[in-house]
Design a protein around this ligand. Sequence first.
Ligand code: ADP
Length: 329
Amino acid sequence: MRDLDVICLGEALIDFVALQSGVSLIEAQDFHKAAGGAPANVAVGLARLGARPAFIGKVGDEPFGQVLKKTLDDNGVDTTGMVLDPNARTGLAFVSLTETGERDFVFFRNPSADMTFRPDELAEELIPRAHILHYGSISLIDEPARTTTLRAIELAREAGALLSYDPNLRLNLWPSLERACEGLREGLAHADVLKVSEEELYLLTGIDDREQAAWELLDQGIQLVAVTMGAEGCDCFIPHAQVRIHGHHVEAVDTTGAGDGFVAGMLAGILPAWRQGRRPGDLECEELDPICTYANAVGALTTTVRGAIPALPTADQVEAFLVENPMGV
Ligand code: ADP
């Protein structure tokens, strides 16, 4: 029985976000503690949109890991597959927004609990219960988390689930650019649905033309490629169609989590058809268009409040926003 919509597998971290904007991490003095980690954000995003998500991953059994579990629980995410390890420490990320609007990141992972997630800790029984498995590339960087992620992917594939991948590139976590490209491609090899930035698209394909690169990935068997472009919205490709949807105009205060909000919106949009066995690659252009508009709206709303999880909108908020802003600008 598939009583879960999406399992989000990977890292849950605590982000310490600099309270001052326009500063580097050297200059920042005060930080706000926020639950984060892309797969955890996507899980909360999906719950707010009314889907039934679960999170699978490992944190430390200390206050930071406990806060993450509580945040997911309070948001209605199934955490039965979340491991709290008394011998490990939750990953921490310190983040500031520099003057140029870029995010300055430092990760504390020496190693962090998510990196030490072992195959024997994987709640295998959860996987066949879900329609979709969503994963990223951070859990593919280090062993044993990499083997655990690949095992989950294998089980999801055997169970007939759809595989959704957001590489979520963090170059400084990889030992080299070459290993990053290999790792990003390892995740890609199993994906049905892909959300990428233009930089990731280039690293995945070696092609620096967005459209050509996306068509190349569809030729390789990916069913749906969504290229997100910040305020400009997204370019979405399926084998027989391409839709370009402009972003919504909002007063953006913090773009953290916009991509995760977008993924939550896109998966929530794909789910009704997929539950009936219709593959994303077989959607009509007229169906893809509102899915992308919806995902853009979730992404846009996520930028209007500081932090990722506090900003992720509910289904009612997205619907109300779309009544006022039916199309992107
Ligand atoms: P990521 O956070 O993964 O880098 P993007 O920055 O491309 O991803 O953002 C994902 C989506 O969120 C975009 O496709 C867009 O729909 C929305 N979005 C992001 N930034 C803005 C913005 N400043 N204004 C409106 N929408 C935005």
